[in-house]
Write a protein that binds this ligand. Sequence first.
Ligand code: PLP
Length: 387
Amino acid sequence: MLAKATARLGTETAFEVLAKARALEAEGRSVVHLEIGEPDFDTPPHIIEAGIKALRDGFTHYGPSAGLPEARAAVADYAGRMRGIHIPPEHVVIMPGAKPILFFGILSLVDPDDEVIYPNPGFPIYESVIHYAGARAVPVALREENDFNFNLDDLARAITPRTKMLILNSPANPTGGVLSRDDLEAIAGLAQKHDFWVLADEIYARILYEGEHVSIMSLPGMPERTILLDGHSKTWAMTGWRLGYGIAPLEVAQMMSRFMTNCNSCTATFVQKAGIAALQGPQTAAEAMVAEFKRRRDLIVDGLNAIPGITCRRPRGAFYVFPNIKGLGMKSSACADGLLREAGVASLAGTAFGAHGEGYLRFSYANSQANIREALSRVARYVEARR
Ligand code: PLP
């Protein structure tokens, strides 16, 4: 009954595990939630106030598909300053969350039979949308021994004359890996030599614990072949507001805006007003969140490394750890399932992010230190009981 193309549409397991965990809670079980990738903080008050003011001021109507002019200008200024480049406001499209940029960006550029290279393990929506577009999804492994970054030889081998796009994600979900400037320069060289696009998912750009964020869009020759994806969800704890933005060469930005006209008409205008306050207002709350994430990262990394059979790298960005559980002798999905049902800890199997995630779990540490401590002792007890 359903259209054939729908068979190619994937999903995001985090939402399924969340539903399972909630069902267990409804039966009276206690679950520590380390499955979902969203800050546990509230949106900073000045942003909420700006949203309420905008509602009172009448920002309750349709706006332009590409975004309010003042929102596009604010994003161009903020995103450009952060990356040391000039971004024309007409290259910015405001969208309800960052996910539509993946969908509209890929559908704007990729034809059936084109090839799109993407990280594995990686955010599952990449593979889903590539398949939905009818293109060939070409995974490149991110290996632990390479600090979960591309091995440039693997990447070079994946490129063919049909390669239309490469998806990058730095800092990365699910591994917390961060691409170095050297790697980005080498990748930019490949993109120019082989004439393909880069979709740079920089949604975690501000959740970085060491060094400066480097964007491939800031490298020479790259603004004309890059779609930059960023948004408000993670930086200002605004996941439920649905606010993101894509930055691309004019023709691509105009096409993404046409998709907006077809799908959403526009992003809620009062939400865009709140978004401007986030970009232009005080950054103290956003910075305090990153400082707290860093403390939690150290807590969870040290705690996991103290459990026999588990080893965990210390990620440099985002709010996920991707511990190696090969020493437990269990498949990732069985381990994630056992942890949820027997120990009351919700996590994701590494394989939820692709086949190269086998042997790993993903824990989101966007949860309180007390809950992380509780989760660690539950994991330790679960592992101990199986020895
Ligand atoms: N890209 C990555 C790598 C993510 O992890 C997420 C959310 O989890 C998104 C994009 C989507 O962000 P949004 O909630 O703003 O659509």
